[in-house]
Design a protein around this ligand. Sequence first.
Ligand code: ME8
Length: 521
Amino acid sequence: MNSFFLTTPIYYVNARPHLGHAYSTIVADSVVRFHKMLGDDTFFLTGTDEHGDKIVQAAEKGGRSPQKFVDEISARFQSLWAQLGIANDRFIRTTEPGHKRVVQTFLQRVHDAGDIYFGAFGGHYCYGCERFYTEKELENGLCPQHRTRPEFISEKNYFFRMSKYLPWLKSYVEEHEDFIRPRRYRAEALAMLEAGALEDLCISRPKTRLQWGIELPFDKDYVCYVWFDALINYISALGWPDDQNFARYWPGEHLVAKDILKPHAVFWPAMLKSAGLPVYGHLNVHGYWLVREAKMSKTLGNIIEPVEMSRRFGLSAFRYFLLREMRFGEDARFSEEALVKRINADLSNDLGNLFSRVLSMTAKYFGSRVPEPSVFLQEDEAIAELCLHSLQNFVRLFGGMRFDAALESLWETVRALNKYVDRQTPWMLYKQGDTARLATVMYVLLTAMRKTALCLWPIMPDASRQMLEQLGSPAVGNAPPVTALGEEGISFDGPSPGTIVAAASNLFPRIEMKKDTPQKT
Ligand code: ME8
């Protein structure tokens, strides 16, 4: 059995979770569910990043102690994930005592390896990014991310000899084509490594300036830089160094957006190498959701609330939209119009309509029992072939993080099935009393619908279970409906003849946009 470990970023608890956080976590959830269906031994990690200046400032603003503040916001993230159907195996918080111990063990190891030194330091510090910028990296003296003027801070600090590992890292990235993917981010990472602009990493903050952090094991007057602490979550959650989960699941894969490419593509592999640990398997990088042409931010007032979206439009539809609309790696635009358009076109007109018409015909012609098929004609073979082909494509594309293309491939079958109904005209066959032919047509449809419903489980588990239930195979608990998706693509086997299916279906009601308030009809 293959093991598959996937992580999301651990999110800062300085703000409420929004669509961007929800996207990464929903994608990760879908990918892990997909691997479950392939029969892999999976472990899915998410959590919250709770140290650093940013958090202290946000807590002060909210008039609370840092601990109280992080407890509150972290709980909000956990409840959000439950509402979005996220089935993570572990939720890590960097303020957990266990994580703190692991960070100290890691720091001590890197220190013992001679990779940490003490030195004077002056740099342009952006509180938003929680990092120092070199003169070269600033744009017109401003932080390139936040467009604010960083503060010049000069103090003595501890440094990680990152530069020592950069030549190794560069060859590693060059030799491993899909270590960082899609390709454009691999190219970006290589450009960072080539520019020679990278210096050693400052990994401490004096307690005189910041107390909200993990104390360095070799100097009690300093706390650990928040990024150094945060990245280690990926192994502390597996109980490194002693827990068997580390041996079982590491190396895993990470999923992040392009804003945090550098710490994941450069700092983290160098840290792992210094500690004598194997590097991760893949870094999967996605683009931004833009709202009205801009990245979401509180100041721009264009924050999209994921729970509100899923309440208004349905969780399954919302998750489908996110995976279908964004080409992984590129930016995508979010708007309610685009969401409604997809729901109406793909889910109501194509998929929902197929279920509704086929199930009501099965009720009328065969008393809601799956009929025994007779001989397959050429058009039936063609549909069966298309269906298996689309399932195989789905598995290949989804496995390669090409979610939009994977779903498009599945929809080729959905649309072909609707056309097949129009062409085969079951109602005419019924009128003519051609029961044998009618049985085959309905059997072909029900079989292909089952295959489609199975493929959709990773993306929309609720709707998929509902579809499978309507097709007479009720799901058990929260387990995947099949555990060998690859094998499903080999044969065109449907619900067994005689199985009772639902008499009607109304999976995705059309949504009419009335001014600002969408209404389900
Ligand atoms: O960076 N579009 O946390 P963070 C898509 N704590 N994804 C978006 C997005 C958008 N507009 N906005 C945010 C941190 N994200 C660190 C991570 S990991 C060891 C430490 C998602 O709360 C995306 O996954 O700022 C991005 O990488 C992440 O939120 C940043 O979350």
